[in-house]
Design a protein around this ligand. Structure first.
Ligand code: GLP
Length: 237
């Protein structure tokens, strides 16, 4: 695991956007794994600005988001589908049929998880996956205790995660469940970039730096991958 540290959120976002755009330049048909949350917003802003200058930036790119809330419609302002449209998809030339997120309102969620895994396989697997880090060490919505070989599935969100994401559900109806790519699915990505910034994450960063590998700290699974870059910004309270 390699680490790069940044003094400002802007510098971190610039580096992340640069990695994403370089990967597309190197392989215009790349398959990307994409995160949501507050941390990647600066990266997406920069990518959108740069792509305005680069004709056909996302034309042949395929993306798979890490997760989506269960029981939340795609049109809901708090859905990750809405987030991705707002921050990326509506502003770049991606083919909507190549921009994948799990359907949180699918009638059969188990079948939806299996379908999502199949779609990733059919696309040739994840090439480069960007991740955020939850305060409790979660990646995607893989909460503490998740086995490292878990596949895409329905998960129950912890109270702390629901609290951390409550802003997106001002009516107080914060979802209790989500569909998430499993840790096993994520670890099959050829390259992984973990973006870490935001208040209250000092402990998580220390734990990740310690090298300890335990299912109680999901991000520690990344120590078992041979190509992980951590971009670490400010994490103070
Ligand atoms: C959510 C997402 C994660 C994300 C995490 C951190 O729980 N499911 O994928 O990494 O939030 O978000 P933030 O960047 O807002 O701290």
């Amino acid at each position: 695991m390699k680490w790069e540290t940044f003094k400002s959120p802007d510098e971190l976002s610039a580096r992340a956007a640069d990695l994403l755009l370089s990967a597309i330049r190197d392989n215009p048909r790349i398959v990307l794994g994409l995160p949501t949350g507050r941390t990647p917003i600066g990266m997406y802003d920069r990518v959108v600005r740069e792509c305005g200058r680069e004709y056909h930036c996302f034309r042949d790119v395929t993306t798979f988001n890490l997760d989506e809330y269960a029981g939340v419609s795609r049109e809901h302002p708090g859905s990750y589908f809405t987030y991705m449209k707002q921050h990326l998809f509506d502003h770049v030339d991606i083919d909507p049929s190549n921009a994948h997120l799990p359907h949180g309102e699918a009638p059969d969620l188990l079948a939806e998880c299996a379908r999502y895994e199949e779609e990733i396989r059919e696309a040739g697997g994840l090439g480069l996956t960007f991740l955020g880090l939850g305060r409790n060490g979660h990646i995607g919505f893989n909460e503490p205790g998740t086995p490292f070989d878990a596949r895409t599935r329905v998960v129950e969100l912890t109270q702390s995660t629901r609290h951390a994401n409550a802003d997106c559900f001002p009516d107080g109806r914060v979802p209790t469940h989500a569909i998430t790519m499993g840790i096993g699915t994520i670890l099959e990505s050829k390259q992984i970039v973990l973006l870490v910034a935001g208040s209250g994450k000092e402990e998580a960063v220390e734990r990740l730096r310690s090298g300890e590998v335990t299912v109680e700290f999901p991000a520690s699974a990344l120590h078992q991958h041979s190509d992980v870059l951590v971009l670490c910004g400010a994490t103070g309270s």
